[in-house]
Every structure is written in C-alpha cells, then in structure tokens.
Design a protein. Structure first.
Length: 126
C-alpha cells in the first residue's frame, strides 16, 4: 500500500488516481501527524509526502518513521524554498529517504522512483 500525505487536496486526488490506475492500493492523509498515525496502524510499503505541511512536515514525518524503525520507505516532494539541495542530500544520505523530488520534476522519474521503491525490500538502518 502507498500512503500519500499532502495538505493540498488536488495533489492528493491526482496522485491517488494515477497510482490506483497503475494497480496500487492507496491511502491518504491530510498532514504529517495523520500520516504518522496511519503508518503506525497500517504499515504501508511507501509514503509519498509533501515537505511543507502544517504541524509535522515531510522531513519530520520521514525522521519519525526512521526513528521508530517502521519498515516504510519515504519519497518527499516539494516546490517550496524549505527543500534545498543540502537538506535533500543530508536526509537521503542518512537513509531516511528513498527519493526526493523538487518541483517541477519529471513525472516519468517520479513514477520510476515509486516503482523501484515498491520492488525493493525495506531496509532498517540506524
């Protein structure tokens, strides 16, 4: 299952429809706190999260998933200024993130990253 966390309903609707069309089971969350609760309960294979959300942002969500050793992979996306290359590199290198995308991004690359994430086994690292 793939969980989409974003506070923009249109983004959630578009991503969910595209992923369902590709045969994925999809759940949604309107913010990071709701997403973390859903991860704890349903243990999705992958979380796709926006970075800029009220309360728990995408980086904090990915870190919480990692710190709690939940076997869920994370892909982050954002068009905001809070998503700089240094922060992306630091988070990805610490193995918290499977991939990170700065908007605008290639839809083909984005869905290829999702396909790879769904095929690879989860790896816990500390």
């Amino acid at each position: 299952m793939i969980l989409i966390a974003d506070d923009e309903p249109l983004i959630v609707k578009i991503l969910a429809a595209a992923l369902r069309a590709k045969g994925h089971e999809v759940a949604t969350a309107k913010d990071g706190a709701e997403a973390l609760e859903a991860v704890r309960k349903s243990k999705p294979d992958l979380v796709i999260s926006d970075v800029s959300m009220p309360g728990l942002d995408g980086f904090e969500l990915a870190r919480a998933i990692h710190n709690e050793q939940l076997e869920t992979k994370c892909i982050l996306m954002s068009g905001g200024t809070d998503f700089d290359d240094v922060r992306i590199r630091d988070q990805t290198e610490s193995l918290v993130l499977t991939a990170a995308f700065k908007k605008p991004f290639s839809v083909a690359d984005f869905f290829a990253a999702i396909d790879r994430a769904m095929e690879e086994p989860a790896a816990l690292s500390r």
